[in-house]
Design a protein around this ligand. Structure first.
Ligand code: DON
Length: 309
């Protein structure tokens, strides 16, 4: 797909890039620590196929938590919403993404929402299949379809690096297993989850996925319904209420679009009925969101009045 470099976007990227020095790349997953903190790029994909960009949009990064919204769409399609929401809630937490606190203090140990790690691990647990490879390949095929890119794959290095260090995620899983919510062995689940988080693509692919959510599940090129509109609606709602973790309220006020971030520095935006956005900027703020990516979205939202509210 051809994506045109755009001057107005380029100017906004240069302005937002000033913020990268105030952030830090994630290094709790050691392989992510190798990213260049100065990187910042954006692609915007319109339903008619137009695409505008700025920065090095070919650079690949791993989805990390952005994958949580896609795995949620996948299990909602596979299992139905009653099954899914019996096992994971719909409420924001106000806690960091990897917090264990609410699991113990809530009456039922069920994770509060699918965007925090505990909830995302529950969702990955629900992906059907006889082996990790089968479950992963089915999710990957869905993601290849959404991005219209059959070459999308995962980074073995990042998956392995997270697998070796995912002690907190293992703790969340064991807690959920103790309470009967997770019913499988934990190591294969962590293997599947870390591969899911290590699915790798560039801003163009991410913007292309964003537009499917923005268009209520319809592929803008083929006109095919890639997910039911209700599934796209549920996912966009979670993106607004929990997509930027415990900064989601401020993000809704300042920017006002459904968006999902990941600790690699990616942000996927879905502006309802308008366009999909893919951003990569690996320097993160204290909460774990791309610091310059958020600034860039703020500039964009003000200039083009994107807020839904
Ligand atoms: O589970 C983890 O910690 C990572 N694989 C994903 C976390 C993440 O991206 C949080 N986002 N800001």
């Amino acid at each position: 797909m051809a994506c045109k470099s755009n001057e107005a976007l380029q100017a906004m990227v240069e302005e937002a890039r000033n913020w990268t020095t105030k952030g830090k790349v994630a290094d709790y997953i050691p392989a992510l620590g190798l990213a260049n903190p100065d990187d910042l790029s954006i692609a915007i994909h319109y339903p008619n196929g137009d695409c505008f960009s700025a920065g090095n949009i070919e650079k690949k990064f791993t989805l990390q938590s952005i994958s949580k919204v896609i795995s949620l769409a996948f299990v909602l399609m596979e299992r139905g919403k009653e099954y899914v929401f019996e096992r994971v809630g719909m409420e924001p937490t106000g806690d960091p993404f990897n917090s264990i606190a609410k699991l113990e203090t809530m009456a039922v140990a069920k994770p509060l929402n699918p965007m925090i790690n505990a909830g995302a691990l529950m969702v990955t647990h629900m992906i059907e299949g006889d082996s990790v490879a089968e479950r992963f390949n089915r999710l990957l095929a869905f993601i290849q379809g959404l991005s219209a890119d059959s070459k999308v794959s995962f980074s073995k290095e990042v998956a392995q690096s997270e697998y070796e260090t995912a002690h907190l995620n293992r703790s969340l899983c064991y807690f959920l297993k103790e309470h009967g919510l997770i019913e499988e062995e934990i190591e294969p689940l962590i293997d599947l989850y870390t591969k899911q988080c290590a699915i790798e693509m560039n801003c163009l692919d991410l913007a292309r996925i964003g537009i499917v959510f923005a268009m209520d599940g319809v592929d803008p090129e083929s006109g095919k319904q890639l997910m039911p509109s209700e599934v796209a609606r549920i996912c966009k709602t979670f993106m607004v209420t929990c997509g930027m973790y415990n900064a989601s309220g401020e993000f809704a006020i300042k920017i006002g679009i459904p968006a999902k971030s990941g600790v690699s520095g990616g942000i996927m935006g879905a502006v309802p009925g308008k366009f999909g956005i893919g951003i990569f900027g690996p320097a993160l703020d204290d909460i774990g969101n791309s610091i310059a990516g958020i600034k860039l979205l703020e500039l964009l939202s003000k200039r083009y009045r994107l807020s839904m509210f």
